[in-house]
Design a protein around this ligand. Structure first.
Ligand SMILES: Cc1cc2nc3c(=O)[nH]c(=O)nc-3n(C[C@H](O)[C@H](O)[C@H](O)COP(=O)(O)OP(=O)(O)OC[C@H]3O[C@@H](n4cnc5c(N)ncnc54)[C@H](O)[C@@H]3O)c2cc1C
Length: 385
């Protein structure tokens, strides 16, 4: 992110986190002539999440970045296939989708594109980490940044991803629905490899599920989603990853066709589904992954993050214009999205019944006694006890 200076004392809106949620919010606020600072400390070391579904197009259009996306060399995604509920893959070709194709992204470039669009619209970007915050007596917050500087804001939007750093500083806890992790590997293309279908593939196995997709710069992402306690399978991470891959016939065949081996050891990242106990409060609102994270099976995290950024920007603008319940309204809309997601998650996992006794699938059983609503409620009760 380009360094820019910014000067206290007070900014209308400070956004913590320059991922898709924060950048989308900054862009929309700057367009409305609201003073906005977008802080990002570069905490995101491995930006996973590359597939944009076709339905993202209207959102990219409203942000005004769709043309650049095509120019910048992100790959078209022409369909999605899954061996889920049966060993044979079935799929959807986006040729019949009313929006057209989706994309497989170079995430760093995509996030940088959104931040550049926000800057062009008038947002100030600051390469800085939020380390502490406190409410101000007349409303708004003082934000303390690494290096000893501070910044005052009338409204804070927390778009800091899974760390939800500002919300946690407000004492709001996160409620986890599962313990999912992703073991992410990248395979580099063999010079003699044939053309690889530009589609994502999901494949269920007894201990979790695999996701693969071709990416820009001749790479194939191959990621295994499982629970943290099941991840290593008792051995070394790379060996465990390779052993597990051997049990996923379609994904293993794809990886072998594409490349000679892993470009580096697999990296383990959190893929937990969870949410904040509440999505906002007086003069603040959480956006994107800071508010709630979804199972990567949905491939909707980036889309939702941008949508929540746009909605959060609208609510912040209304609040600055005196609508006292605007931020609470946005928090309520986020709540509805979360409950729809839980229903969809139950439906998706119910469609795979081949390993009813395997812990990974048992934990996701939508039976009334174990479904995610029940888990959610139990944990909510626990955390508020
Ligand atoms: C394994 C996996 C696969 C996924 N696959 C997909 C997919 O295929 N498609 C899809 O749409 N989604 C996918 N997702 C989800 C998607 O990546 C996220 O939903 C999306 O990145 C959320 O965007 P965000 O802006 O809310 O947060 P983030 O992208 O996490 O951005 C948060 C930003 O906040 C900054 N930050 C953090 N702390 C501070 C601080 N203290 N001060 C200042 N800045 C800070 C970070 O540097 C970062 O830039 C996947 C997720 C996982 C885990």
């Amino acid at each position: 992110m380009q360094r820019q200076s910014f000067s206290p004392p007070s900014t209308d809106v400070v956004i913590v986190g320059g991922g898709p949620a924060g950048a989308a919010a900054a862009l929309m606020l700057a367009r409305s002539d609201i003073s906005v600072v977008l802080l990002d400390g570069g905490q995101q070391r491995l930006a996973v999440g590359e597939t944009l579904p076709p339905a993202v197009r209207p959102v990219l259009d409203s942000l005004g970045v769709r043309a650049q996306l095509t120019d910048e060399g992100h790959c078209a995604s022409v369909g999605s296939w899954s061996a889920w509920g049966s060993a044979e893959p079935w799929g959807r070709d986006f040729i019949f989708n009313r929006f057209g194709h989706g994309w497989h992204l170079d995430r760093r470039r995509f996030d940088a594109l959104l931040r550049a669009a926000a800057r062009s619209a008038g947002a100030r970007l600051a390469h800085a980490s939020l380390v502490a915050s406190e409410p101000l007596p007349a409303g708004g917050f003082r934000l303390h940044l690494a290096g000893g500087r501070h910044l005052d804001a009338r409204i804070v939007l927390d778009a800091s991803g899974r760390s939800a750093v500002f919300a946690r500083q407000r004492g709001v806890r996160r409620i986890a629905v599962d313990r999912m992790v992703a073991l992410v590997g990248y395979v580099a293309r063999r010079p003699d490899a044939g053309a690889e279908p530009a589609a994502s593939l999901v494949e269920a196995t007894s201990a979790g599920w695999w996701y693969s997709a071709p990416l820009p710069q001749d790479r194939l992402i191959v990621a295994f989603m499982t629970d943290a306690d099941l991840a290593r399978g008792g051995g070394d991470l790379t060996d465990g990853w390779l052993d597990r891959l051997a049990g996923a016939q379609h994904t293993a065949a794809r990886a072998l066709r594409f490349g000679a081996g892993l470009a580096g050891p697999p990296v383990i990242v959190s893929a937990v589904s969870g949410r904040l106990e509440r999505f906002g409060g007086a003069d603040w609102l959480a956006l994107g992954d800071a508010a709630a994270t979804q199972d990567p099976l949905s491939s909707e995290g980036i889309l939702l993050a941008m949508q929540s950024g746009i909605d959060g920007a609208l609510a912040a603008r209304q609040a600055l214009h005196g609508e006292s319940d605007a931020l609470a309204g946005a928090a309520k809309r986020r709540e509805a999205v979360w409950f729809n997601y839980l229903d969809e998650r139950d439906r998706n996992y119910a469609a795979e019944r081949r390993w009813p006794k395997a812990p990974f699938w048992q934990r996701r059983s939508p039976e009334p006694a174990q479904g995610s609503r029940h888990i959610h409620r139990t944990q909510e009760q626990r955390s508020s006890a």
